[in-house]
Design a protein around this ligand. Structure first.
Ligand SMILES: Cc1cc2nc3c(=O)[nH]c(=O)nc-3n(C[C@H](O)[C@H](O)[C@H](O)COP(=O)(O)O)c2cc1C
Length: 189
């Protein structure tokens, strides 16, 4: 898949098929994150792949997926089938390192897309609850989590400069995006 097509195609997926993900595909996603840029090349990120049924269920209880939309739209069995928890090791990090996590999750999302997987980056995580469940050591903070699974929905972009909140219409998730014109400046603001 061409890079720009993949960037255009990737949407946050919050409803997944009842199909398990081969570990190989998850490993490839972590590999994509491992190879991503990090400030000063400090490589302060580590990753936990959570896939076993009981573990992922417990982990999922620590997260908020899609807020109101999820409550309206998600049925039993549609939950994520794995999570990649992105950790920032404070002992290896410096001021800009949190940005590394943002880059890593996009790499995960794009590598996952190539594997036919849908993803949702999750920031709304109860970190105090999740950290002990996963045995995360003191020096590591949970930066972000990526939920993964085979997509059971096909969200669509809605060109819209006014709205930022997404919505469901006739079962389809619409994601508003601002126009290129409205966000791009040339030479000066
Ligand atoms: C840093 C970050 C944190 C996010 N946290 C959440 C979250 O906690 N729950 C959720 O359902 N989606 C979360 N998202 C997904 C956004 O809601 C989503 O990217 C946005 O609605 C645009 O949709 P798109 O990803 O399809 O372009 C997060 C995305 C980013 C980049």
């Amino acid at each position: 898949m061409k890079v720009f097509s993949a960037i255009k195609k990737r949407r946050s997926i919050r409803r997944f098929k009842e199909k398990e993900i081969p570990f190989r595909a998850l490993q490839k996603c972590v590999e994509a994150a491992r190879l991503s840029p990090t400030a000063r090349n400090l490589q302060p990120l580590e990753f936990i792949v959570v896939q076993e049924q009981k573990n992922r269920q417990q982990a999922f209880e620590c997260m908020k997926l899609g807020g109101v939309i999820a409550e309206k739209g998600m049925k039993k069995g549609e939950e994520p089938k794995a999570f990649i928890v992105v950790l920032l090791n404070r002992q290896k990090a410096y001021d800009y390192s949190i940005n590394d996590a943002g880059i890593a999750v996009q790499s995960i999302a794009l590598a996952a897309l190539e594997e036919g997987l849908g993803t949702c980056i999750i920031g709304a995580v109860d970190r105090q609850k999740l950290a002990p469940l996963l045995g995360i050591p003191e020096q590591c903070q949970i930066a972000l989590v990526v939920a993964l699974g085979y997509p059971k929905e096909k969200p669509r972009i809605a060109e819209n400069n006014e709205k930022t909140s997404y919505w469901i219409e006739k079962g389809t998730l619409f994601v508003p995006k601002k126009s290129l014109q409205s966000v791009m400046h040339r030479e000066k603001y």
